[in-house]
Ligand binder design. Structure first.
Ligand SMILES: NC(=O)c1ccc[n+]([C@@H]2O[C@H](COP(=O)([O-])OP(=O)(O)OC[C@H]3O[C@@H](n4cnc5c(N)ncnc54)[C@H](O)[C@@H]3O)[C@@H](O)[C@H]2O)c1
Length: 223
C-alpha cells in the first residue's frame, strides 16, 4: 500500500507513509514526559519519533504547520493539528471480532481512547464466549454483526479469529458497513477496492528479526 494517497487535511491528500509518521509524532507529543514541556524543537521531536528532522518538517508541511523559528512547535497545538489531520479528534468506533487471547487483550487495552479510537462492539462465534463481558462491553454473536455495526455506525473492524476464518469474518464486516479492516490472522484476505485492509503478522516480523539475528551470529554481515 506504499505510496497510496489517503484522505488528509485541508483538502490535501496525505501520503500513507506520512499518515503513519504523523501517528508516531502524535504518540511522541502526547507521551507523559513530552506533553508538559509546552514547546518542542523539530530536531527533538524527530529524535523522539525516530525520523530525521528534514522528513519531519516535510511531513508537518502537509498540515501547513511550520512552527516558530528558533522556538519550535507548540506541543498542544501541533498535537491538535495532527489529530484533526488524522481524523482522531472524532472517536472512531471499532468492532473487534474473535474474543480469544488476542481479542481480549486488545479489548482491555486502555490506550486506544487517546488515539481517537473506541472499541465499540465485540463479536465471537463460540456459544461459550457470546454473552460474556470484557470490561463494559458484552460479546455479541457474529451472526448479529450487521445490525450491531450499523446501529453503532462502525466503519473499522479488527479480525482476531483463527486462521481459515478471516475471509468470512471480513466479508461479514464489509456487509455490516466496515470500510477499514485490520487483520491479525495469518491468512490472505481479499476485500473490495473501496475497503482499506491492513495486516499485522507478528510471526513474520519475528521471522525477519530471527533472519537478521542468524546472519549476525554466523558472521555473514560485515560491520
Ligand atoms: N495470541 C497471539 O499472541 C497472537 C499473535 C499473533 C497473531 N495471532 C493471530 O490472532 C488470531 C487470534 O489468536 P488467539 O490466540 O486470540 O486465538 P484464540 O483461539 O484464543 O481466539 C480466537 C477466537 O475467535 C473466535 N472465532 C473463531 N471463529 C470465529 C468466527 N468465524 N467468527 C467470530 N469469532 C470466531 C473463537 O471462538 C475464539 O474466541 C489468530 O489468527 C492468531 O494466529 C495471535
Amino acid at each position: 500500500m506504499t505510496g497510496q494517497e489517503i484522505g488528509g487535511t485541508a483538502g490535501r491528500d496525505l501520503p500513507e507513509a506520512t499518515v503513519g509518521r504523523l501517528a508516531g509524532y502524535l504518540r511522541a507529543l502526547t507521551a507523559p514526559g513530552t506533553a508538559a514541556s509546552g514547546v518542542i524543537s523539530s530536531s527533538t521531536l524527530a529524535e523522539l519519533a525516530g525520523v530525521n528532522a528534514a522528513l519531519l518538517r516535510k511531513d508537518l508541511s502537509f498540515l501547513g504547520s511550520h512552527g516558530t523559528r528558533g522556538v519550535g512547535y507548540d506541543i498542544a497545538g501541533l498535537a491538535d493539528e495532527i489529530r484533526r489531520a488524522l481524523g482522531t479528534h472524532l472517536a472512531s468506533p471499532v468492532a473487534l471480532v474473535g474474543i480469544g487471547h488476542l481479542g481480549r487483550a486488545l479489548a482491555r487495552y486502555a490506550g486506544f481512547g487517546g488515539r481517537g479510537l473506541e472499541i465499540a462492539a465485540l463479536f465471537d462465534a463460540s456459544p461459550e464466549v457470546i454473552g460474556t463481558r470484557v470490561g463494559d462491553l458484552e460479546v455479541h454473536d457474529i451472526a448479529d454483526v450487521v445490525p450491531v455495526c450499523r446501529d453503532r455506525a462502525i466503519t473499522i473492524g479488527v479480525v482476531a479469529t483463527p486462521e481459515g476464518t478471516a475471509q468470512q469474518v471480513t466479508d461479514a464486516l464489509v456487509r455490516a458497513g466496515v470500510r477499514s479492516v485490520l487483520n491479525f490472522a495469518p491468512e490472505v484476505v481479499v476485500v473490495p477496492p473501496e475497503v482499506q485492509l491492513r495486516r499485522v503478522d507478528l510471526a513474520l516480523e519475528l521471522q525477519i528479526l530471527a533472519f537478521h539475528e542468524t546472519r549476525r551470529s554466523s558472521g555473514a554481515v560485515g560491520g
